[in-house]
Design a protein around this ligand. Sequence first.
Ligand SMILES: [Zn+2]
Length: 79
Amino acid sequence: MIRVSLATLVTIYLLLFLAAVFLFWIVEEWNRRRRERRALQHRLRCVICAFEFEDRTDALLPRCPHCGSLNERFKMEQI
Ligand SMILES: [Zn+2]
């Protein structure tokens, strides 16, 4: 049997607990960013009138429903 002192045991438990919390946090952050990216995937902002709209078609140049100008697909920045 391996002999370890109580202090070592507590330290090991503490480190394991911290590692688990850190891992959980990383996974949650990764999931949150993925959700955010997916939510913004079809969002577009018109370059002429700055109107934000959603376009789920495959059109290369989606038309702004507000002013009718054609827009390129830019990646939406985070809000
Ligand atoms: Zn517009």
